[in-house]
Design a binder for this molecule. Sequence first.
Ligand SMILES: Nc1ncnc2c1ncn2[C@@H]1O[C@H](COP(=O)(O)OP(=O)(O)OP(=O)(O)O)[C@@H](O)[C@H]1O
Ligand SMILES: [Mg+2]
Length: 351
Amino acid sequence: MLEIIKIDETIYEIVRTVARGGMAIVYEARQLGVEGFAKTVAIKMILEDYSNDPAFREMFVGEAKLVADLVHQNIAQIYQLGRHGNSYFMVMEFLSGKTVAEFTARHKQLNWQVPIELGVFIISRICRGLEYAHRKRDREGRLLGIVHRDVSPKNMIITTEGEVKLTDFGIAKARFFMRDEEGEVLMGKAEYMSPEQARFETTDARSDLFSLGICLYEVLTGVNVFDTSTNVHEVLENVCTKVIPDPREYRPDIPPDLAKIIMRALTREREGRYQTATEMVYDLEYFMYHDRYGPTIMTLHKYMMELFPETDPSNPFAELFYPDSDTETTSSYTDNLFPLEDEDGKTYSQT
Ligand SMILES: Nc1ncnc2c1ncn2[C@@H]1O[C@H](COP(=O)(O)OP(=O)(O)OP(=O)(O)O)[C@@H](O)[C@H]1O
Ligand SMILES: [Mg+2]
């Protein structure tokens, strides 16, 4: 019986830089195999400063190992953890699409409102991914206790096919171990944190559900409830104490049952919140499907093609639709189905 197979060193051909963040650079790349085989992947290269920090490294590698076997349609899959020079990198499923942050921003730019059911659909898919991760057990049947800790619109990608995936599992915890020059913990996105996270307490799965509640509120209203200042400490204070307005104050057409779901997710006392993603996803799906044929991946795909016509591969005139910031249009799709109130050179990298 074969006990070990040594595979040739994998070669990744960098196609382009997708984004450059504070902690990492994301590339689109091609993983090359024999006889012209090539698979498109995403590579997240952790910046050297982080990779060189022993506390960060230990946490990052530990978390990466923990989430390696998460395989779910609503989670961006990790294929490999590697090191290039002094930098660690993760090879992931490449997702062609837009982040939920870009999705919301495009609506603001066009002066559209996110169709309520589609907003709920997007968040419910993320909730499904969380449900799977929170319940994940190891081979011996022990609960892994996975918590994402950075559930935020930039970590949610809607693919052009209408799938919704959560990215960056296992990264937030590692970042928490990094400190800036003043010795302060490098916080993730404070405006998406749960109160227990903001108070530096231990978190469990319920923390992700609070963050998901913030995202749902924002997708539907365009408002992040806690993001009122550029001062991180003030935002953290907001997370812990600011009165959370009923989302219908910003958007009166949000049905009361849905507002209730949002406010339940945003309960500061963990015991009053959804206790599991299963409970929350049930309520979201009940809202969408109990009395009608609610949204599907195909509905979201069609909507994405309308919202981002420049990404529609079947549209030969795609570039003509590229909207500029002061273009105001209306969506025929939303009008029909969701009535609105108004409105680098080539480099090679080897593991
Ligand atoms: N698997 C992927 N496939 C395609 N694009 C991706 C993938 N993962 C991330 N991206 C893109 O790269 C961008 C940057 O991601 P990255 O996680 O580095 O930063 P961020 O989420 O904006 O902030 P943070 O560092 O807090 O996570 C994302 O906004 C998304 O556009
Ligand atoms: Mg991210």
